[in-house]
Design a binder for this molecule. Structure first.
Ligand code: ATP
Ligand code: MG
Length: 295
């Protein structure tokens, strides 16, 4: 009896999912306009991706852009904590077809929207190829509602991250001067170029004690990239290690909102003005490319 009940509820869930999913015909229609889409990734964990992503989203929204931050550190999301937002829904609800993507958006500062990655859901931590395909398809309609979509990834080269890297025109690679972070960052840069030879990559050296430390770490990164790959990312700049970042986390506000004139606040603002962000477009819609990358 219990088995029949659970089959029935699964069928009902799939029915709802089909109802909520945009049709393929809708997906291939010409878009009204497409958002610029950038991915923020790193090899090693804890390099500062989410700090940068949340501040970037806030700063661009403050400039009047329609900004969406997608926290794709799925299952272990924390952008909502950094923004002081309590999301009702997350990527998991969208993936399971329980809500439409735009219904899952939460409001952040200055009108920016957040699509949270959810906390502690197994299906999100290691989704199947099919589940990811469904999710990308469900996210696709959002592209025409925003000027800029910022995707904050979990560390490393999981399947979902690599599909995003294959689809994106523009990647912000966040590292710090530690040799382990540089080495893992190099591995990610190499992989990104393998799956997407056209990709534009900008590197941010975060949490540096001084400009000299940042330059020396960048020289090492660039040297290795040039030597082994024949090319290197563009150096966007460096962000100092700054206690105002920890204070902003405790306050659940981006540091560029809480203390814009702090050393980290200034540096992050410069990163947010990196010109390629304004040209981060792909010829085909981003999520159509991401779906192709899954095949
Ligand atoms: N410039 C900085 N100055 C001081 N502390 C920093 C700075 N950048 C990041 N941190 C610290 O590093 C921690 C990790 O930052 P963040 O969560 O942005 O990393 P992440 O790359 O998103 O991590 P994960 O790989 O787990 O997603 C923060 O909680 C903060 O304490
Ligand atoms: Mg993070």
């Amino acid at each position: 009896m219990a088995v029949i009940k659970s089959i029935k509820s699964e069928l009902e869930r799939l029915r709802l999912f089909r109802l909520k999913m945009p049709s393929d015909e809708g997906l291939t229609k010409e878009r009204k306009s497409a958002a610029n889409v950038i991915c923020i990734a790193s090899g090693k964990g804890g390099t500062g991706k989410s700090i940068l992503a949340t501040n970037l989203a806030y700063l661009r929204a403050r400039q009047g852009q329609r900004v969406l931050l997608v926290d794709f550190d799925a299952g272990m999301a924390n952008a909502h904590l950094l923004l002081g937002v309590v999301p009702k829904y997350d990527l998991g609800h969208v993936m399971l077809g329980e809500v439409l993507a735009h219904e899952a958006l939460a409001d952040g500062p200055c009108g920016m929207k957040l699509l949270s990655g959810g906390v502690g859901r197994h299906s999100l931590v290691s989704p199947t190829r099919r589940q990811l395909d469904r999710l990308f398809r469900a996210l696709h309609p959002l592209e025409s509602d925003f000027d800029l979509v910022i995707i904050d990834h979990g560390a490393g080269m999981g399947y979902a991250t690599v599909a995003h890297l294959a689809a994106t025109s523009t990647l912000l690679l966040v590292t710090n001067p530690e040799v382990t972070a540089l080495s893992d960052g190099y591995a990610l840069y190499k992989r990104a170029n393998m799956v997407n030879p056209e990709i534009k990559v900008g590197l941010v050296m975060n949490r540096c004690a001084s400009e000299a430390e940042a330059s020396s770490a960048w020289d090492r990164f660039r040297g290795a990239s040039q030597r082994f790959l024949g090319h290197a990312p563009q150096y966007i700049g460096w962000i100092p290690a700054d206690s105002s970042v920890s204070r902003s986390i405790a306050r659940r506000e981006p540091v560029t909102l809480m203390d814009p004139s702090s050393p980290a606040g200034h540096a992050i603002e410069a990163v947010a003005n990196w010109t390629p962000i304004d040209f981060a477009r792909t010829q085909r819609p981003f999520y159509a490319r991401a779906r192709s990358a899954l095949r």
